[in-house]
Ligand binder design. Structure first.
Ligand code: HEM
Length: 370
């Protein structure tokens, strides 16, 4: 390779002349110390949905090469992908399993954030951004399931959009936005497709950027650190030359240490997804028949708690309950702060969270067994 007298390769000089940014800034950022979570991976779970998201984007783009979002084309093209396109069944199955694992990973990350109190000051806004990420993740699941257009997914989309129509004040508007008409029809699939591959990924990118930006400002919460420490960004000593120094038992550098651990997690995920895709390939049921309601309509498992709850209550009460729970979830850091202002040792928030988790688990299992 051509080198200059100073030993700087020609292509580096070419880039430096055209992009005159101070590389040291990037070097400094990449060495950013973060709490050493090697001993406690529980605290680094947020990287897992991020990697699954990348897998979803890659496999989703490949599926889009063949998929057609129309009542005549949807089921047929999914069938073709599963039976004729080389490795189509594999790509589709990886996409299916990564979607499921992503829900599990987001749920575990959320449980960790909740029970370690990482949503408290100054991270309240990031909890709210996270709530948006959860909704978008569920939106991906809902629209993606409907795209297959087999009997179950068609009827799940019909029931799901009917439920959304019960939202007070804006229900009818949401119904029309999702369906593109009064019934689930040709425009519904096109709209779900646009949500799935356009609107939701764009919103996701903005929210992930905001999430990471806020994490960067606050630093990740430190293990076992006293609350005062958790409320301030990581402070790290600097040596005489201004270089950051940190205790390797407590911190490690973002690059290469953290990135290496994340890559190991990524490798593990790829292995798990490959095994799942081979052993349990994604299923495809009978083509959708709008004139024949199946005996048992089931959404994807992550909607089981809401589905069970709506079966137990009149629809209006069920919707009111879900909306109240949703609002309490989004504004949780402020509700928790209210409890703690009245009694700093209050464990009420933790107890409410534990009770909510138990209800969600019981409703999921109940619906799965029904
Ligand atoms: C696609 C979904 C999500 C992604 C990719 C994501 C990513 C991340 C990452 C990489 C971190 C750094 C610390 C860690 O790895 O645990 C983090 C922290 C955080 N996340 Fe998420 N997250 C997602 C969803 C959520 C949800 C659903 C919530 C809560 C409603 C949430 C709330 C938070 C909070 C409060 C922090 C700061 C925690 C701390 O500093 O210890 N996130 N997230």
């Amino acid at each position: 390779m051509a080198q200059t007298s100073a030993g700087v390769p020609g292509w580096v000089r070419f880039l430096r002349a055209r992009i005159p940014v101070n590389i040291e800034v990037f070097e400094e950022l990449s060495k950013e110390p973060i709490p050493n979570h090697m001993k406690n991976w529980w605290y680094a779970l947020g990287g897992t949905p991020l990697m699954l998201l990348m897998i979803q984007a890659a496999t989703g783009i490949l599926l889009t090469f063949y998929y057609r979002p129309s009542p005549e084309g949807a089921w047929e093209t999914v069938h073709k992908i599963s039976t004729e396109v080389p490795f189509g069944w594999f790509i589709r199955s990886v996409h299916h399993w990564a979607a499921n694992l992503m829900i599990v990973a987001v749920a575990l990350h959320l449980i960790r954030v909740f029970f370690t109190g990482a949503f408290r000051k100054p991270r309240e806004l990031n909890w709210m951004v996270g709530s948006g990420l959860l909704m978008v993740t569920l939106g991906f699941g809902f629209t993606g399931y409907a795209l297959v257009n087999d009997q179950l997914s068609f009827w799940a989309a019909t029931v799901g959009t009917n439920v959304a129509a019960q939202t007070p004040l804006i229900g009818e508007w949401i119904l029309h936005l999702l369906r593109g008409g009064a019934e689930v029809g040709p425009t519904t699939l096109t709209r779900f497709f646009v949500f799935h591959i356009g609107a939701l990924p764009s919103i996701m990118m903005v929210l992930v950027a905001a999430h990471v930006f806020l994490i960067r400002i606050h630093g990740v919460m430190e293990l076992d650190a006293p609350e005062e420490v958790q409320q301030t960004p990581l402070t790290v000593e600097e040596d005489r030359e201004g270089k950051k120094r940190f205790d390797p038992n407590r911190y490690f550098a973002f690059f290469p240490d953290h990135i290496t651990t994340e890559l190991m997690v990524g490798l593990f995920l790829v292995t798990v997804l490959t095994v799942l895709a081979i052993l349990f390939p994604a299923h495809l049921g009978e083509p959708a028949n709008p004139n024949e309601t199946p005996l048992h309509i089931k959404p994807e498992w992550y909607f089981f708690p809401a589905f069970r709850w709506l079966k137990l209550t009149p629809l209006w009460l069920g919707m009111a309950g879900m909306m109240t729970a949703g609002a309490a979830f989004v504004f949780w850091p402020f509700i928790d702060a209210f409890f703690r202002r009245r009694n700093p040792r209050s464990e009420l928030g933790t107890m409410i969270g534990a009770a909510a988790l138990i209800v969600v688990l019981v409703f999921t299992i109940w619906e799965a067994l029904a």
